[in-house]
Design a binder for this molecule. Sequence first.
Ligand code: UDX
Length: 438
Amino acid sequence: MNIAIVGTGYVGLVSGTCFAETGVNVTCVDVDAQKIERLKNGEIPIYEPGLDQLVLKNVKAGRLKFTTDLASILNEQEIVFSAVGTPPDEDGSADLKYVLQVAKTIGENLNRYLVVVTKSTVPVGTAKKVRQTIEAELKKRGVDIPFDVASNPEFLKEGNAIKDFMSPDRVVVGVESEKAKKALTKLYKPFLINNFRVIFMDIPSAEMTKYAANSMLATRISFMNDIANLCERVGADVNMVRAGIGSDTRIGRKFLYAGCGYGGSCFPKDVKALIKTADQNGYSMEVLKAVERVNEKQKSVLFDKLQKAYQGEDLKGKTIAMWGLSFKPETDDMRESTALVMIDKLLAAGCRIRVYDPIAMDECRRRIGDKVTYCRDMYDAVLDADALLLLTEWKEFRLPTWGVIKKAMHRPLVIDGRNIFDVEELDENGFEYHCIGK
Ligand code: UDX
């Protein structure tokens, strides 16, 4: 079976590599010639545990190829996936220019039946636009070549992408014909293990499923952050509350962790886009608007706690240590990360900032340059610090040697944005400790 994946970003590269792993011949396509050259040499442009070995293995086996030229390989394929970016427009709606550019190239060059699948997260109605774009090009050429469009949203998480792709909870596929359903059933057959299933549905429902899933997860997080903020005010402990409610199987244990806000490439963008889709259709998503507002506020919660600890004293000239820059562990991705909001706030207050992250230091430098001090390690970051802020729950931050940190810090104040430290241990070591929701 031959398939192509257009777009070698997170979703495209992981999907292409994982399909190749099942024996399918995969060609990954990208307009970025430099990126394609690097990939051909086995250089992976993103940090994702295990991905580099899997790419190399499948390239060596001859099942995974890279090209910049979709037109030249198009008519050898049974299925073409589009996994190009859909950045948010200024107004929050997803920008479809890359998705429709791929459709145009397909229309300009198609010579035989093809299933065109959109994997990027796109608003309801996009598959229809893809169909219209391809049809318009075929018409210009005066040819009538049959094709199908389909929607196959991706649910993988950064940092766990390969495992998520190889053993998914479910795969959602929106189709409009039996022929397309058959082709996609064949492609996903190797994944038919355990409780895994492909859920076929109509295309608009598949497109909607992705937004609804991410919005539901974001809602859980904002809800728990709201509960946490209230817990602090009434003397309750959000960790206890989480354990208490999570054991109700109707609620479930996952995605109930209060913290200093959600970030990343998906939740903020998808919540915005769904609100926008509703607005465009004469409906207002009141819950999601609140989810977004709560998250914006939550990204400043560590700053508020810092101010409170200093009881209104001017923070100008204070040295603040920050552990963690990426929006979550096991990734160098800083899109919409709380660290960026905190850096802005601390700089505006006149603080000096010493940062450390196991992977995201280069990414931070690329984004904000030398506005902060990049430290050798987590212990270097706390040197002379007036407070330590924990933003990302990397494993290596979980069991620090507090004695060393206490000696290095100017004031032993720890503000934990992910609730990973032990109150008693910090207390025993003479720290003032604040966390989220207790
Ligand atoms: C998310 C979805 O989980 C995935 O299915 C979809 O395909 C893409 O978007 P991702 O953005 O990679 O994946 O990260 P995820 O692990 O979901 O975390 C998102 C954010 O939520 C992080 O900032 C994380 O710190 C935060 N989070 C997560 C919480 O604050 N509390 C939680 O309980 C879980």
